[in-house]
Write a protein that binds this ligand. Structure first.
Ligand code: SAH
Length: 236
């Protein structure tokens, strides 16, 4: 039986999905229910890597989810990607993992089989299909979805130099603060995952005001894409 765990860092990233879930029960902030007949467990993790990883681990161990989706907002990094465009993860890395003193490349976690956590291909295809079905509707018109790498770190990126450094070391499509930690937990638990993010800002100098202008719209677009993806969950 499929049961999809859905994590958002902040309330505004999960409130829509919680509101449309049916047959709801709640334990410790984990809301179990169904969306379009598919079992889901929806939770707000809190911001940052540790909050996100612990939440993914609990979803898998305590709530028995078979798949994990991380939904939310992010700063655009890929060339041509802008506010309210979307990214579906091909893989996720930590841009702030640095053991370069021992000769490792930036982002590499020593003594681990991989530091580039690969998203599930079926989930990625399902997200692309879901977006194709939504792209001419009012909320999505004029915006695109690209598949690409997500880079995470415990840092809000709003500085051109820092952004350019991250692009240089790992070339992500977008930057945020949770995805790779969720991906890491899913990798260790052999659980398929996908990260979906809608761009609230471009991670450039002083982007906090762009973020504040777009955060709720972007959070809802990502949640709506998750809703659509789940309605085609039989393909997962
Ligand atoms: N305004 C918030 C703080 C947001 S922290 C508050 O005061 O509560 C940024 C959140 O949005 C994180 O969860 C992160 O994943 C995402 N995010 C969006 N744009 C980002 C950026 N440019 N850099 C890093 N994270 C970003």
């Amino acid at each position: 039986m499929k049961r999809i765990g859905i994590i958002g860092a902040m309330d505004e990233e999960v409130s829509f999905l919680k509101s449309i879930a049916e047959n709801k029960t709640e334990k410790d902030g984990f809301v179990s229910g169904t969306i379009n007949g598919t079992e889901v467990v929806i939770v707000m993790s809190g911001i940052g890597k540790v909050n996100a990883a612990l939440c993914a681990q609990r979803l898998i161990l305590e709530f028995g989810v078979t798949h994990v989706i991380n939904t939310g907002i992010a700063g655009a990094a890929a060339h041509g990607l802008t506010v309210l465009d979307m990214v579906a993860s091909t893989d996720a890395v930590y841009h702030d993992f640095d053991v370069t003193g021992f000769g490792y490349k930036p982002t590499v976690i020593p003594r681990m089989e991989t530091s580039e956590f690969k998203a599930d291909e079926k989930m990625l295809k399902a997200a692309e299909k879901a977006f194709a079905e939504l792209k001419d509707t009012d909320d999505f018109k004029g915006h695109k979805l690209i598949s690409g790498r997500i880079a995470s770190g415990d840092q809000f990126i709003s500085n051109k130099q820092v952004k350019n450094h991250i692009i240089e070391i790992c070339n992500p499509a977008c930057v945020e603060m949770e995805g790779a930690a969720i991906a890491h937990a899913c990798f260790l638990n052999k659980t398929p995952f996908l990260i979906l993010r809608c761009m609230s800002d471009c991670a450039d100098d002083g982007e906090e005001s762009t973020y504040d202008f777009n955060d709720k719209i972007a959070a809802n677009m990502s949640a709506k894409l998750v809703q659509k993806l789940i309605s085609g969950a039989s393909a997962l």
